[in-house]
Design a protein around this ligand. Structure first.
Ligand SMILES: Cc1cc2nc3c(=O)[nH]c(=O)nc-3n(C[C@H](O)[C@H](O)[C@H](O)COP(=O)(O)OP(=O)(O)OC[C@H]3O[C@@H](n4cnc5c(N)ncnc54)[C@H](O)[C@@H]3O)c2cc1C
Length: 282
């Protein structure tokens, strides 16, 4: 399943079933504490102050930005053939795609675009990939079968084109030998830069750019919990699967804080039924 499909299913299962106010295009910039409420001060004039009895921070890595290519400025080619993200595989259909990078994302896209691209080249500046071994094997097998071109260890020296990218000049990392490759889509998969942004100033106990939480996902701030990638504790794994469980615990704790008389006990869909799952039932 693609991430966007997973997100859509989440949207249906949560926002469509429960009456949750959603504030998109809104950054929580500051936090303040009143007797009954925690207030989030936002950058959105339509709702500058959001009051709540508890807050759960699930801010991931904060602001997320793809890393740029070191050594060559690709910025002028952005929107003219240079990509950092794959919105839809269709964008690459029938194209000569040159993917740059040596990690999971680069290798994943080599494999995933094989069925749509006209031709795929993978450029990596050093020998050896830092990716899942199964994916690396798929990439190597595709190269051995002549389905893709591996340019390793190569780097980008120049991008050529008239309005849009038409070719990329590569150079060998050790010998400096040059090579020109036809290309109409240059997909840079060099990882992401992350920054906690405004959350850094809220007064949390931070550790390696994440919010330290205890086993109940409490932060060092009163009435504020944190879960998902933004939280850290011994043994932390930054995964979707672990994020789900962390969120369930944090929500249960926050609700228990608001209604201390309620038992900390999950409701199973086995007993309650999946909302909307049975005709005639809410
Ligand atoms: C390339 C890559 C591949 C991955 N592949 C997998 C995989 O195959 N399987 C897997 O389980 N995990 C994978 N992960 C990890 C997974 O993506 C994360 O664990 C997961 O997305 C974390 O979810 P989250 O909700 O905590 O944070 P995020 O998904 O990062 O969401 C955080 C949100 O909070 C917003 N935000 C931040 N600060 C503020 C603020 N001040 N105000 C308002 N909004 C704010 C951000 O804009 C963002 O929308 C991968 C990660 C990467 C980078």
């Amino acid at each position: 399943m693609l991430a966007k499909d997973l997100v859509e299913l989440h949207r249906q299962q949560t926002l469509e079933q429960f009456d949750v106010p959603v504030h998109l295009e809104t950054t929580a910039e500051r936090i303040s504490f009143e007797d009954d409420y925690v207030v989030l001060h936002t950058n959105n004039p339509a709702h500058p102050d959001l009051e709540s009895r508890t807050v759960i921070v699930a801010g991931g890595h904060g602001a997320f930005e793809p890393k740029k290519l070191p050594g060559y400025d690709v910025t002028p080619w952005e929107g003219r053939g240079a990509y950092y993200l794959v919105g839809s595989k269709d964008e690459f259909a029938g194209k000569k795609v040159l993917i740059v990078g040596g990690g999971d994302s680069a290798c994943d896209w080599v494999v995933n675009l094989l069925d749509v691209a006209d031709r795929i080249g993978l450029v990596h500046r050093r020998e050896g990939f830092r990716a899942h071994e199964v994916t690396v094997k798929q990439v190597e097998d595709a190269a051995a079968a002549g389905l893709i071109d591996l340019h390793v260890p190569f780097q980008i020296r120049d991008v050529k084109g008239n309005g849009r990218i038409e070719a990329v000049k590569l150079f060998h990392s050790e010998t400096d030998e040059e090579l020109e490759v036809e290309c109409d889509a240059l997909l840079l998969q060099l990882g992401f830069k992350t920054a906690l942004g405004p959350l850094k100033e809220w007064g949390f106990e931070l550790e390696k750019g994440a919010i330290r939480v205890d086993s109940l996902f409490r932060t060092s701030l009163d009435r504020v919990w944190a879960c998902g990638d933004i939280s850290t504790f011994d043994g932390k794994l930054k995964l979707i699967a672990t994020g789900y469980a962390e969120a369930a615990i944090a929500v249960a704790q926050a609700i228990h804080h608001i209604r201390p008389e309620t038992k900390l006990q999950p409701k199973y869909s086995t007993n309650t039924g999946v909302p909307g799952g049975v005709a005639g039932q809410p």
